[in-house]
Write a protein that binds this ligand. Structure first.
Ligand SMILES: [Zn+2]
Ligand SMILES: [Zn+2]
Length: 398
């Protein structure tokens, strides 16, 4: 390595940061523009500067220190702030985390840069070797957008398509480097050719816009859109959005594809939209599922009042959110739902129970399952009898 490659001097070829581009993408392109086919040489250049500061070059893609930003800025001729805004730390300032403190560092411009903590990072963001992309965006310009880093961003608002996560030819996972090249590294297929046939509906767009606004990527979605959300702050709405997603995932086997993941998010978003009707529909879905489970496992056909314990998955939605800060509006929606569905919450000295007087629709759901449940129980009893020779003798003896 020669002295003139030391990173205090800019690289020979400097490139602009493109609109919405991620730091991962910028560094990959910067390396390529200077004739390096991977980030490793850039890493070595930085290491010369960072090693005396005991900073590991591994943190190049997601810098944790002001010095790393300074070294990268010097290399590419941008400011540390421009790079910070393209990094994952951008999301530490999202409205969604407004009530959450985070550690920060001071950049060269003197202003603080809040850092995205490791737990949030791994929960909400993809890694650079497993990214999403919009083929049509790649047709326009082959680079990786910071918005695609978010696991909750499932679609492209410009092209109204779902993001893809696989090579259209060999289904390999796609890395930032592949996106920047516009090509699968395994089979060299053109990623821009991965034309999805799914088109986002106006409601999908509303959901995607809202999610982006929670993450600080866009302003709030237009309020004249059908399906308005409760007038609540982003952190509260996001908590509810996540709780609903967890409930959907716990209740149904969710497949591994981009579409499977997207559908769970969309269903969860529907529970927040058209408040409180959407949420009432979601609760009704939980109730019907609980009735299915209960009728099959207990043989109960719900023709009369039935007591359910409050620690059931359904009970969580009725009793589990009462004391959650900021969730008063959810409790109001729950109370409405209870009245509309003939459900009483009975608090005893030991525990709370839910008394359900099932309507005709719930009974229709329960009846065949209760019959199946009783048959199942009879078979179990029968097989227990066969397994136990003593019981045969006892019956004969009677
Ligand atoms: Zn696009
Ligand atoms: Zn491929």
């Amino acid at each position: 390595m020669t002295g003139d490659l030391l990173p205090q001097r800019p690289l020979l070829c400097r490139i602009p940061l493109l609109p919405g581009e991620s730091l991962w993408s910028y560094l990959t392109r910067l390396a390529a523009a200077n004739g390096y086919d991977s980030l490793s040489l850039l890493t070595r250049l930085c290491h010369q500067r960072l090693a005396p500061l005991h900073l590991h070059p591994r943190h190049l893609l997601e810098p944790q220190h002001a010095a790393t930003f300074a070294v990268l800025a010097a290399l590419g001729g941008l400011t540390p702030r421009e790079l910070a805004n393209a990094s994952v730390h951008y999301f530490a300032r999202a409205p969604l985390w407004a009530e959450r403190g985070s550690s920060s560092l001071s950049l060269a411009d003197g202003a603080p840069l809040p850092l995205l903590d490791a737990r949030l990072r791994s929960k909400y963001l993809w890694r650079e070797h497993e990214v999403r992309f919009c083929p049509e965006c790649l047709q326009q310009a082959a680079y990786h957008r910071l918005a695609w880093t978010l696991k909750e961003v499932g679609g492209c608002l410009e092209h109204r398509r779902l993001l893809r996560d696989r090579c259209p030819n060999c289904a390999a996972q796609v890395s930032v480097q592949d996106v920047v090249r516009g090509q699968c590294r395994k089979c060299r297929a053109d990623l821009a050719a991965a034309m999805p046939d799914d088109v986002l509906t106006p409601f999908d767009v509303f959901a995607q816009q809202t999610i982006r606004s929670w993450w600080g990527l866009a302003g709030p979605a237009p309020t004249d859109m059908d399906g308005s959300l409760p007038d609540q702050p982003a952190p509260i709405l996001h908590q509810l959005f996540e709780l609903v997603q967890d409930a959907i995932r716990a209740a149904t086997a969710v497949g591994p594809t981009v579409l499977d993941r997207y559908n769970v998010q969309l269903q969860a978003f529907k529970a927040l939209a058209d408040w409180p009707t959407g949420f009432g529909n979601f609760l009704r879905g939980r109730l019907e599922q609980q009735v299915r489970i209960w009728s099959y496992y207990s043989g109960c056909d719900f023709s009369g009042p039935v007591h359910l314990r409050d620690d059931s998955p359904f009970g969580f939605w009725i009793c589990g959110l009462q004391d959650r800060p900021g969730f008063g509006f959810v409790q109001e929606a729950v109370d409405r739902f209870l009245v509309a569905n003939n459900i009483r919450v009975e608090s005893g000295c030991r525990r709370t129970r839910l008394l359900i007087e099932a309507d005709a629709e719930l009974q229709r759901i329960a009846r065949p399952l209760a019959e199946k449940g009783l048959e199942r129980m009879a078979r179990v009893l029968e097989s227990m009898g066969e397994d136990d020779p003593e019981s045969d003798g006892a019956v004969a003896g009677d």
